[in-house]
Design a protein. Structure first.
Length: 97
C-alpha cells in the first residue's frame, strides 16, 4: 500500500495520481501499486511541487516497516536516527514587527 499526501500541487499531478490511486480526501491518495509505478508517481510529484509540499509513505524492508519521503518546503523534516525515520520540527520563523 502507498499513501501520498499533497498540498498545492498542479492539477496535472493530481490527475496522474488519480489514474493509479484513490483520493479519499482532498490531496490524500491511497492505493496498491508496483514499486516501479510508485517511484514514477513520486518522481512526477516531487518534480512538480514548486511552492507546495508532498509526503509519500510506503512499505519497506526496515525496522519500522515503512519509508517516508518528502518534497517541498515543510516545517516537519524526516531525520534518520540509527536507521529509524523520525520527524523533526524546525523552529517557526518569527515575523518582524
Amino acid at each position: 500500500m502507498i499513501v501520498i499526501s499533497t498540498t498545492a500541487v498542479p492539477d496535472h499531478v493530481r490527475g496522474a495520481l488519480t489514474r493509479w490511486l484513490t483520493e479519499p480526501g482532498p490531496g490524500l491518495y491511497v492505493g496498491t501499486v508496483s514499486a516501479r509505478v510508485r517511484d514514477e508517481l513520486w518522481s512526477a510529484v516531487a518534480d512538480s511541487v514548486n511552492d507546495g509540499a508532498a509526503i509519500c509513505i510506503h512499505p519497506a524492508n526496515n525496522e519500522q516497516g515503512f519509508l517516508i519521503k518528502t518534497a517541498g518546503q515543510r516545517r516537519r523534516r524526516i531525520t534518520d536516527f540509527d536507521g529509524l525515520q523520525l520527524v523533526r520540527l524546525l523552529p517557526q520563523e518569527s515575523q518582524p514587527s
